[in-house]
Design a protein around this ligand. Structure first.
Ligand code: A3P
Length: 303
């Protein structure tokens, strides 16, 4: 039987990634052994883990958390980029020695709940889980893949949409990720934050995160966090906006990590039929959960 487009895409996918314990990872950055080791990572009580499905506001929340947790970052005396401040646990790009990092440590992850360090399930450490409406997250993911050299991006949005709904993208399906974390939230010491709620009220979200982390910042410090975490300011903040990544990892000639930063951009890419199909899938997979999704806010540009 002649290969279909779908088979060809799966082959491309398989050439750069591997499937392990239910989801795809990028071969270049990690391995099954490394993923297994993460489960046994020793956790300290004051560790903080930022966890997201890709394109849900990870770098935004990295900026918020690093600013809340580090005065040096807030007052500009510490010139360390956010990827180093909040390293990924499943992709150790810089061979960071997690054990020798001073407390409080901050880590980032796209892992599903069941692959996270086991101790977190005993409510050690804290998890900030950020969730974005899946239509916007997938549109953002599609644009992002176009900036990734060496990754053959599905040639059109429709194909990407099919692949991502069936979980055939790095980090698996949005539905499995969010459902897994949401339904196991009682196991973790966790704060679930929505991208759209940060958009609606950045200051309130900063305060909410401070409360969760038991960090008390005065009004002036909160003002600084809010100011430095706006889309406009992060666009120019080279420690926060991932322009520090080399072009071999992210081709900045093809776009920007901080692309639009709005709620409802899916309307510019999804057809009405695709959106209706997606709503049906959403209902089937998530309909039984009391989760409210904000699909749009009345805004045109990011602030
Ligand atoms: P868009 O591609 O829709 O613009 P992640 O960090 O998880 O990869 O998510 C990236 C998405 O978060 C991008 O979405 C990016 O623009 C958005 N983002 C990053 N910083 C932001 C900010 N300060 N305000 C609003 N959105 C932001």
């Amino acid at each position: 039987m002649a290969p279909t487009d779908q088979d060809a895409l799966d082959e491309d996918m398989m050439s750069i990634s591997f499937k392990y314990k239910g989801i795809y990872f990028t071969k270049k950055y990690t391995s099954p052994e490394y993923i297994d080791a993460v489960e046994h990572m020793e956790i300290r009580d004051n560790d903080v883990f930022l966890v997201t499905y890709p394109k849900s506001g990870t770098v935004w929340t990295q900026q918020i958390l690093t600013l809340i947790m580090n005065e040096g970052h807030r007052n500009g005396t510490e010139q360390i980029n956010n990827m180093e401040r909040a390293p990924w646990i499943e992709n150790n790009f810089h061979n960071v020695d997690f054990k020798s990092r001073p407390s409080p440590r901050l880590f980032t992850s796209h892992l599903p709940y069941y692959l996270m360090p086991k101790d977190l399930r005993f409510r050690m450490g804290k998890v900030v889980y950020v969730c974005r409406n899946p239509k916007d997250a997938l549109v953002s993911y599609y644009h992002f893949l176009r900036m990734r050299p060496g990754i053959k991006c599905p040639e059109n949005w429709e194909k990407f949409l099919d692949l991502s709904i069936s979980g055939k993208v790095v980090c698996g399906s949005w539905f499995d990720h969010v459902r897994g974390w949401y339904t196991h939230k009682e196991d973790f010491n966790i704060l679930i934050v929505k991208y759209e709620e940060i958009k609606k009220d950045l200051r309130a979200t900063v305060r909410k995160i401070c409360k969760f982390l038991d960090i008390s910042l005065d009004d002036e410090a909160i003002d600084i966090v809010v100011e430095k975490a706006t889309f406009k300011n992060m666009k120019h903040d080279s420690l926060a906006n991932y322009t520090f990544l080399p072009n071999e990892l992210l081709d900045k000639n093809k776009g920007a990590f901080l692309r639009k930063g709005i709620v409802g951009d899916w309307k510019n890419l999804m057809t009405v039929a695709q959106s209706e199909m997606f709503d049906k899938v959403y209902k089937e997979k998530m309909g039984d959960l009391p989760m409210k999704i904000t699909w749009e806010l009345n805004e045109e540009t990011a602030s």
